[in-house]
Ligand binder design. Structure first.
Ligand SMILES: Nc1ncnc2c1ncn2[C@@H]1O[C@H](COP(=O)(O)OP(=O)(O)OP(=O)(O)O)[C@@H](O)[C@H]1O
Ligand SMILES: [Mg+2]
Length: 282
């Protein structure tokens, strides 16, 4: 097992007394390590509509996702995957149940507070890229930093670094329609990671991509996960799910299986060494 390439800010590891419990108390070395889940869903239901046209999109779901995990969410169309992602990403609120994100009870937050926690902690990636047309890759990637109030020069530097990271340093002034689908999705990933989020949420990120672009996107996700970021990917494709450390399947708004494919602290299952995930993206 390798050390993480770098680590994301996490106040839960900042406390020196908890960083090495065995040093303070040798007995702690014997005890199993308790890692609080970064995503804690308890008995979550989501009901759309009212009366005769009620749709129970999520039915009493309980799910914990720990920091550093790489989870694929699978299931047939209409099974509730995007609804779950919207709840996890604070884009929508559950009808019932409790959701804690990094220890904060989201149900107690105002809309503004939810927007803040969303912008700080989560990077979103969607199937259709959702880039702003007629706007350069650089400006698209800078946008979350505009909302975060980051000054112009720093914004530019960070956006360029994020684009370089996904192999698009030579395309920063291209508009979305001057880029391939795979390149557009990499711009979207750069936009998602430019704020340094601890959690990446992706809804069918490779659904519109060919196999080469899919492989590039997956390799970026593996690298982000090796930095101890939590990655949650909704997908229909088994080829994508094999890259995840854990696969959770939905049917009709319920979890029907939950399979671990690799340990949380280890490498993602398709990575044989850290160098393997360092991409050769043109
Ligand atoms: N805004 C909405 N209003 C009413 N019903 C909705 C709404 N959004 C989703 N639904 C319904 O909730 C159920 C779950 O939808 P969801 O989008 O979560 O499915 P999904 O698993 O993401 O499907 P797909 O694989 O097709 O994206 C579906 O029956 C859908 O029709
Ligand atoms: Mg969906």
């Amino acid at each position: 097992m390798s050390a993480p390439l770098s680590s994301v800010a996490d106040p839960t590891t900042a406390n020196p007394t908890t960083a090495n419990p065995a040093a303070a108390n040798p007995a702690a070395a014997e005890a199993p390590r308790r890692r609080p889940a970064v995503i804690e869903l308890r008995r979550i239901s989501k009901i759309y509509g009212v009366g005769d046209i009620e749709v129970h999109a999520l039915k009493d779901i309980s799910l914990d996702i720990e920091r550093g995990d790489f989870v694929a969410i699978m299931g047939a169309s209409g099974s509730g995957k995007s609804t779950l992602m919207n709840v996890i990403g604070c884009l929508d609120v559950a009808t019932k149940g409790r959701y804690r994100l990094a220890g904060t009870d989201v149900g107690n937050l105002t809309d503004d507070e939810q927007a803040t926690i969303r912008n700080r902690r989560i990077g979103f990636i969607f199937q259709s890229f959702n880039l702003i047309p007629r706007t350069t890759a650089l400006v698209n990637v800078e946008l979350p930093l505009v909302y975060a109030g980051v000054k112009r020069g720093e914004r530019r530097d960070r956006a360029i670094a994020a684009l370089e990271r996904v192999g698009l340093g030579a395309r920063i002034d291209h508009m979305p329609n001057q880029l391939s689908g795979g390149q557009q999705q990499r711009v979207a990933i750069a936009r998602a990671i430019v704020t340094n989020p601890a959690i990446i949420l992706a809804d069918e990120p490779t659904g519109a991509l060919d196999s080469t672009s899919t492989a590039e996107v997956l390799s970026i996700f593996e690298e982000l996960n090796m930095e101890r970021r939590t990655v949650v990917v909704i997908t229909h494709e088994d080829e994508v799910a094999v890259h995840a450390k854990r696969v959770v399947r939905f049917r009709d708004g319920e979890i029907v299986s939950d399979v671990r494919q690799a340990t949380i602290r280890g490498l993602p299952p398709n990575v044989s060494s850290p160098a393997h995930a360092v991409r050769s993206i043109a």
